[in-house]
Design a protein around this ligand. Sequence first.
Ligand code: NAG
Ligand code: NAG
Ligand code: NAG
Length: 179
Amino acid sequence: MCLTPIGICSFFLIFLMIQNAYSGFESTNVKCTSHDESYATFEYCFLKAINRTYKYVSIKVKLHQVPVRKVKVNFALYERLNGYKPFLYNVTVDACNYLLKPKGNPVVTFIFGLFAPYSNMNHSCPFNHDVTVEKVPFSYITSQLTDILPFPKSSYAFFSEWYGDGKRRATVEVYGTLT
Ligand SMILES: *[C@@H]1O[C@H](CO)[C@@H](O)[C@H](O)[C@H]1NC(C)=O
Ligand SMILES: *[C@@H]1O[C@H](CO)[C@@H](O)[C@H](O)[C@H]1NC(C)=O
Ligand SMILES: *[C@@H]1O[C@H](CO)[C@@H](O)[C@H](O)[C@H]1NC(C)=O
């Protein structure tokens, strides 16, 4: 399987060549779950369509045991075939190490780049404030996904499991379709 995001896998280059141009990423659902409400709660977590071309995702997490000094995240991507099947990525990253040396891991940089410019997370640990991801436009996600990666047109689910101070605290799931 392909472990680097760019270039290396001829299998995915072939996919690229047989795909037509994308018209867009349509997010169909976003779901946020706290596994420990004394640690983290979601103030909001929604997607909104302003009009046909402007749709976005916003999420706000309140952290109740700050400062948070250790953060680990597992990102996994699923493709919907008969049910959701693991697709390409399944990475676990020590977010605090990553934020100190962001150049280290291209897969994580790619995933982080999907929302980081719209978040207040792009700083070194600890986290002593609520975490927000505000109004990430679908058009931005589409351009990130399709400019860089030859994803087949399909339905995807993006799961992220968030671990704070060594325990699983929250899950954020985004469901979407590339059309
Ligand atoms: C959609 O809404 C955005 C933000 O309000 C606006 O800038 C844009 O012009 C609108 N597009 C259309 C096609 O109405
Ligand atoms: C990702 O890896 C973890 C740890 O190896 C595993 O528990 C999880 O089921 C995997 N998820 C997918 C989508 O393969
Ligand atoms: C995070 O912040 C650094 C320093 O300001 C910047 O160079 C980098 O592009 C940012 N990363 C993302 C994904 O926004």
